[in-house]
Design a protein around this ligand. Structure first.
Ligand code: PEP
Ligand code: MN
Length: 337
């Protein structure tokens, strides 16, 4: 159930409704909106009767919510959520580009990549310090040393940092350096990590699990929102199918469906979605036209020497060409709503 308050409802009226929700053993969630306050209710097993609240002062309407994901759904919040990272507004109709290497490998590597990204006019830099790898023998990231390098990148190049948090134990130290916390595909249903990140008040980029349905992605995001963190960006990064010529199958339809069913912004990650360098630019461009709020691409000064994901990393030349094309396409999209 969603309770829509009148635009001129007083704080007292809002609090009276919240208190009543708590009295009947349920959880109220005040949903940020530009025009008026809405209060989502969670914790109920069956449907709630609107009569419980319609007589309260300041209540405009009680709307049943049909989806199991409530706070994430457009039913509850029709207007798009805009997540602010520095002066980048993700979800406002523009295109946020996140670029950088898969992993932070060395000062030289990360500074060269950061310089190229900054020169292209992009403000969001990605790079993993803690890497969840399929093999325990593969490069696991520079960890704390990697975080220090990312901190230097921020001050040296004025870039905002998107970096992955691998577990609840390292959440606080990663959160001190990250401007956006990335929760990776392998951790989409790490509920302890989601609960801890939900208690923070900072942007989270939540990637779709490699075998997760969109409903499962929404439910994972619901953990974050239900704990009060509304600064959530969803990320389509490809799913497992029977196809073996690509690393994953990049699910472009997910971009369209996420925007339809949720108010949260969506970022497309064709690098992990397809896993092949030459296929990344066309899919990144397709994602813009499908309505993505942003695109994340892996870039490396020397992809052949990358310690992770070199096969899908763009050279600076390929990246610069793509960055310019993405700008043109975004302008075209704005002119053709
Ligand atoms: C990454 O972004 O480098 C990464 C590990 O992504 P995913 O969690 O989507 O595999
Ligand atoms: Mn990667």
């Amino acid at each position: 159930m969603l309770i829509l308050m009148h635009p001129d409802a007083t704080r007292q009226q809002i609090d009276a409704v919240r208190d009543r929700i708590k009295e009947i053993g349920l959880e109220p969630h005040e949903i940020p909106g530009s025009m008026r306050v809405a209060i989502g209710i969670t914790g109920n097993q069956g449907a709630l009767s609107p009569e419980l609240f319609t007589h309260f002062g300041g209540v405009a309407e009680c709307v049943p919510v049909s989806q199991p994901y409530k706070l994430v759904s457009r039913e509850v919040k029709p207007e798009p959520t805009i997540v602010e990272v520095g002066d980048v507004r993700i979800g406002d109709g523009g295109l946020a580009v996140i670029a950088g290497p898969c992993s932070v490998e060395s000062r030289d590597q990360v500074f060269r990549a950061a310089e190229a990204v900054a020169q292209s006019g992009v403000k969001l830099f990605r790079g993993g310090a803690f890497k969840p790898r399929t093999s325990p023998y593969a490069f696991q990231g520079l960890k704390q040393e990697g975080l220090k390098l990312l901190d230097e990148v921020r001050s040296e190049f004025g870039l905002r940092i998107v970096t992955e948090v691998k577990d609840a134990e390292t959440l606080n130290e990663v959160a001190q350096v990250a401007d956006v916390l990335q929760i990776g595909a392998r951790n989409m249903q790490n509920f302890t990590l989601l609960e801890n990140a939900g208690r923070l008040r900072m942007p989270v980029l939540l990637k779709r699990g490699m075998s997760a349905t969109l409903k499962e992605l929404f439910m994972a995001a619901e953990y974050l929102l239900s704990l009060g963190n509304f600064e959530v960006i969803l990320c389509e990064r490809g799913i497992r199918t029977f196809e073996t010529m690509t690393r994953n199958t990049f699910d472009l339809s997910a971009v369209v469906l996420i925007k339809h069913h949720s108010h949260l912004p969506v970022i497309a990650d064709p690098s992990h979605g397809v896993g092949i360098d030459y296929a990344v630019p066309p899919l990144a461009k397709a994602a813009v036209l499908a309505g993505a709020d942003g695109v994340m691409v892996e870039v490396h000064p020397e992809p052949d020497k990358a310690l992770s994901d070199g096969q899908q990393s763009l050279t600076f030349d390929a990246y610069n060409k793509l960055a310019a094309e993405l700008r043109d396409l975004t302008a075209w999209r704005t002119a053709h709503p």
